[in-house]
Design a protein around this ligand. Structure first.
Ligand code: NAD
Ligand code: HSO
Ligand code: ZN
Length: 433
């Protein structure tokens, strides 16, 4: 039997068990921190040479220089042109849906003018150049190309630099086709902390970007955290997570497969079922036993489920919702007979999948919302990747002569209060009489 942790809210030590289940924080692991710090320092010091060395080592390549790692526009176009018709149609359909959703997110500037003629406002500008991290270690992610690039394009970012690891030199054609379709400007076949370092510091070949976005494993998430400040980052989007809230309605096979769908990403992924019905938990366990042997990625799924998965039995839906908010999962499925009343009670989740027909996997590919989502509880303070991540706000202030009289007096008084006389004088010089 696959040994998945069993928790129940009636257990005396339930809170401690929950803390242990969630305490695991791969991106903060000391060993990973040390490795990533070393790689970043080396990339900063030696640029291209270090990036090529680490890429050869971790992705088992034999690149002689950075030129060997940059993909040409022609190669991307060939990948798009060479796609089988069904794949191209699926890619285009997903891209169109993602674009339509994200176009609604675009922020517009605004301004207003006061009675004395003073104008105040906010101007929105796109970022100049962004780095898109597309994961590629354990699986290939053409969908992540679309999720990263389309909102950047909608925002009007001028230059998109994509990095993607190509283990053993395997260049995934769907990934390249997606990059071509989405209008990515340059693509480098590199990943991990070395790719994040190259984008953050710039190298002889890789241009320094203003912001790095996109999901990745614990090395990528740790590297993004460490370069924050030199460049912007979107969020901590690490190993995938799913939390299914069930009332015992629905099909246990569907729930089992939904748990697998995130577990198959990574041994460090986390799949949790919260259920009000003990008998249904047993049915899901039986479905897991039945379905797991059929899964090509069963080894990854089994490790993820046994190391990080859990079944949590709750007394009622109020408890289920409270625990879901405590977990703040990347993906939350409400596998309920009547889900709608519970949606507004969820305050912390990257994305909510409502009702039995909304499998999380539809959101991964083509529903429209972004699949780059906050993990490790960071949905408490972070949002899905969106157009707003690629836009900046700048304040606009145009004070009229009359406005300078009113504001000048207020500013002068406060500046004297702060002991900053130059500030006071600068305002007072503009006062009349
Ligand atoms: N949160 C989200 O929105 C989201 C979306 C898609 C995928 N994901 C997650 O992204 C992750 C993708 O991970 P992946 O591994 O497939 O690809 P990845 O591209 O994130 O990582 C691969 C790279 O990690 C580096 N690396 C691996 N082992 C290393 C080591 N021992 N030392 C130093 N560097 C090392 C290598 O440079 C390698 O190229 C998964 O955890 C998946 O769940 C998250
Ligand atoms: N579930 C991932 C986000 O955690 C996204 C993805 C891409 N492909 C399949 N799944
Ligand atoms: Zn997924």
């Amino acid at each position: 039997m696959i040994a998945i942790k069993r928790l129940s809210t009636v257990d005396a030590d339930f809170k401690a068990q929950m803390d242990a289940l969630l305490a695991f924080e791969a991106a903060a692991d000391e060993g990973i921190e040390r490795t990533v710090a070393g790689i970043l320092a080396d990339v900063k010091a030696r640029g291209d040479v270090a990036v090529v060395e680490y890429t050869n080592k971790f992705d088992r390549l034999t690149a002689g220089s950075m030129a060997d790692l940059e993909l040409s526009k022609a190669e991307m176009q060939q990948a798009l042109d060479g796609l089988p018709a069904d794949r191209r149609a699926a890619l285009e359909a997903a891209a169109a849906r993602v674009k339509a959703y994200h176009e609604r997110q675009k922020l517009d500037g605004w301004s207003y003018t006061e009675a004395d003629g003073t104008m105040l406002g906010q101007m929105i500008t796109p970022l100049d150049r962004v780095g898109l991290y597309v994961p590629g270690g354990k699986a290939a992610y053409p969908s992540s190309v679309l999720m990263n690039a389309i909102p950047a394009k909608v925002a009007g970012v001028k230059e998109l630099i994509m990095v993607v690891p190509t283990p053993d030199g395997e260049r995934n054609q769907l990934v390249l086709a997606a990059a071509c379709l989405a209008g990515v400007d340059r693509v480098f076949a590199m990943g991990g902390a070395q790719a994040v370092g190259a984008l953050a510091y710039g190298t002889q070949t890789v241009p320094q970007v203003d912001k790095i976005v996109g999901p990745g494993n614990a090395y990528v998430a740790t590297a993004k955290r460490r370069v924050f400040g030199i460049v912007g980052i979107d969020m901590v989007a690490g190993p995938s997570e799913i939390l299914v809230v069930s009332d015992g309605s629905g099909n246990p096979d569907w729930v089992a497969m939904d748990l697998f769908s995130q577990a198959e990403h990574d041994e460090l992924a986390q799949s949790i079922l919260i259920c009000t019905d003990a008998a249904f938990i047993e049915q899901v366990q039986a479905s897991i036993e039945k379905l797991l042997p059929t899964m090509p990625r069963r080894a990854v799924i089994e490790t993820s489920l046994t190391d990080r998965g859990a079944f949590i039995l709750v007394r009622d839906m109020e408890e289920a919702v409270a625990i879901a908010n405590r977990v703040a999962p990347e993906h939350l499925e409400l596998a309920l007979a009547d889900p709608d009343p519970w949606v507004a009670k969820i305050h912390h989740a990257g994305a909510i999948f409502i009702g039995h027909y909304t499998s999380e996997s539809l959101g991964d590919y083509c529903a429209g919302p972004n699949h780059v989502l906050p993990t490790s509880g960071s949905a408490r303070f972070s949002s899905p990747l969106g157009v707003y991540d690629f836009q900046k706000r700048t304040s606009l202030i145009n004070v009229s002569k009359a406005g300078a009289q009113t504001l000048g007096r207020i500013a002068s008084t406060l500046a004297h209060g702060e002991g900053l006389p130059a500030h006071a004088k600068s305002a007072e010089f503009r006062l009349e009489g």
